[in-house]
Design a binder for this molecule. Structure first.
Ligand code: G3I
Length: 324
């Protein structure tokens, strides 16, 4: 039968992944086996899950996800090391000075990147550092350390995991606007420090129509490709790392058709750009999507419906991968 990741491999690309939260859903495991060769732990490796208080590391949940991937021969897109969100208050409100916060960062990166060395195919080293206008977000990292926190984080990740590809990851980069230019600046900044950055992750939390919380429907294919080139042409890989394409709910056959076409052109944009190494969707079934809880009245964003039936989006996505 059809397989998304096999189609992707046939086109010479590296991975087709899904976000994963391990739960008792055998339907999910079947789909993963058939359609995916990579997982991104949805929450298990985040700071609040892995270092809830200073120096107290809790790896049980992250370990389970890594073991699952290894048992099933899957790549792991590890997520993430330095972020402002899901960051325990002992870090965000700890009042650390510059040197101490860098030490806190090193201890965390050493523990995570060190523990999963050899298991992580890629690491999201820094996540969501940018505001919508392309300036730096006023996180504890930026306000304490300044923009140097980015190269410092990448340098530390490279120190403790010499193997994984190191990514900067953010959302709303797909529109090729000032935020995309911000990501390009980040790539240049990190390289200007003589530090390795291997890729930029374009999350692709998109929508297929105008919704209250989206910047508009997903861009046309030309814009999607140009947005990739803004960073890829700096000499890094690019990928879609968290694809979902939401709508105003409830879904109708007409809306699902538009969503199908949107999935198709998103996939086609990746395949049209040489340095697009792979794509990850942010979950399998609409049943567990993060969207309705955070954006009430929006959702139906994934490729499988709440009962694990393939939506029209599946064929659209596959067609975008295979090409005409
Ligand atoms: O596990 C607790 C549970 O014990 C508690 O009872 C419940 C009540 O609130 O919360 C549960 O934790 C939730 C967690 O998901 C696990 O379900 C958190 O509240 C909730 O905030 C968290 O949401 C996650 C979100 O990141 C947090 O920022 C989503 O699952 C996850 O899909 C989402 O993923 C992010 C990426 O990491 C970064 N890019 C954007 C993307 C979508 O927001």
């Amino acid at each position: 039968g059809d397989s998304l990741y096999k189609a992707m491999r046939q086109r010479g690309r590296n991975f087709l992944g899904t976000a994963l939260t391990l739960r008792n859903e055998t339907a999910e495991y079947k789909i993963i086996k058939q359609d995916f060769n990579s997982i991104t732990p949805e929450n298990a490796q985040k700071w609040e899950s892995t270092e809830p208080s200073r120096g107290n590391f809790t790896f049980a949940d992250a370990d389970r996800h890594v073991a699952f991937a290894k048992q099933n021969g899957l790549q792991i897109h590890c997520h993430n090391l330095v972020w402002h969100s899901q960051l325990p208050t002992w870090v965000s409100e700890g009042g650390f000075d510059n040197a101490t916060l860098i030490q806190v960062m090193e201890d965390h990166i050493k523990a995570l990147a060190g523990r999963y060395k050899g298991a992580c195919t890629r690491w999201d080293v820094v996540n969501e550092a940018l505001n919508e206008d392309g300036t730096y977000r006023e996180s504890v990292w930026y306000t304490t350390i300044g923009e140097a926190y980015l190269p410092i984080a990448f340098k530390l990740a490279a120190k403790y995991d010499t193997h994984a590809k190191l990514f900067y990851n953010d959302y709303n980069l797909e529109y090729n606007n000032v935020k995309t230019a911000g990501a390009q600046r980040i790539v240049k900044l990190i390289k200007s420090y003589g530090v390795r950055i291997d890729g930029v992750g374009y999350q692709a939390h998109l929508s297929s129509e105008i919704t209250p919380t989206s910047p508009g429907p997903a861009p046309n294919q030309t814009v999607l490709e140009q947005a990739f080139h803004a960073t890829a042409d700096e000499g890094v890989d690019v990928a879609y790392t968290e694809i979902d394409i939401r709508m105003n709910t409830p879904a109708t056959p007409e809306k699902l058709e538009v969503q199908k076409q949107t999935y198709e052109r998103v996939a086609a944009a990746c395949l049209a750009v040489k340095r697009c190494v792979g794509m990850t969707v942010w979950g399998i079934s609409d049943k567990y999507s993060w969207i309705p809880g955070v954006f009430p009245g929006e959702g139906a964003a994934n490729i499988w419906d709440e009962n694990y039936n393939k939506k029209p989006a599946y064929k659209g996505f596959l067609r975008g991968i295979v090409g005409w």
